[in-house]
Design a protein. Sequence first.
Length: 387
Amino acid sequence: MQGRHHVCAWAADVGVELTRALRTIGIDGSRANVGRPTGTERYSGELLSALAELDPPEEIRVYLNAADRPSDMRLPGSAVPIPGPRFWTLRNLAAEMRRDPPDLLFVPSHVIPPVHPRSVVTIHDLGYLIEPECHQPIHRKQLEWTTRWNAKAAAGLIAVSETTKSDLVEFLAISPNRIRVVYHGVGKEFAPATEPEIEAVRERHGIGTMSILAVGTLQPRKNLMRLIQAFERLAPRYPDIQLVLCGAPGWHSDQILHRASASPFHDRIRHLGYIPDSDLPSLYSSAAALAFPSLYEGFGLPALEAMACGTPVVAANRSSLPEICGDAAILVDPLDPESIANGIELVLTDDEVRQGLTDRGFVRAAKFRWQECAEQTLAFLRSIGDN
């Protein structure tokens, strides 16, 4: 009996050790530490800032791929600088995980290192599988490898929409029980700009009062060729409208820009390049509509940002956009330039439709908060780390 008692006591001690509460969380912050953030990088930065507001009791370590972090970068815990050249995840982060691993590693916008503790990763989309022709071949192969590795290595996965979750289940055969949907948020800075702010941004970028805005990296997935065709259908009837493309050049951007310059209305098509976040609220507010006919989006943050600024949205009727936009956007067939044109024209000509979209857009955008994103993310990390 005494021996049995000792065995039971030993097992109880081990059990307590194995089920101890989550103490340390490591976060790959490398994608939040970039000069010109786009979708996934902005998600990383906003999520880190929102987690900092929660002030969680766990020790948080944010791993950065530079010796110093930007002064305006808010972190939920201590920065762990691991400067290094190329292959930072494979070499530097993996070495840190071997040397001093946290209880749980969270990778919000990249790939789990080959050496890792229990991990959670965010999967933003499977566009490389669903719209493969929209991705550079070498990039598509890289995404194929990293996404499948993430799916295999992670103890839990965050999907940014129900669409992405469904794609993970259908195309990668991942159990839905391993996936938690956590939506992005909309920053508080996205709100209707004042008239002086709108006038200033128009003057700074040389745009008029009837601009059709498109926001996103210039690449095939954004479907800008068909948007230009749609604009050309409208331009003869509406001499004051402009098409304004905002985004850094991406794969095949030269073809998009060549098509714009070859348009008979090329003088009314503006490419502003990459727009800093500080200009975006005023730019959204200045537009007659946001045109977002993307062929595939895992989430589609520009649609909600435009809504928060009071700008009507015309979006594609596929991927996550119907889920994210709800009844607050006009949904069009992105493969049909005539459908895109008709959606934009409805916004331009029908005051009742326009006002309805604006009103419903404010309500819709208010449902998406970074604080809620952070709370749900932290809850999921704890559920994985405590098991």
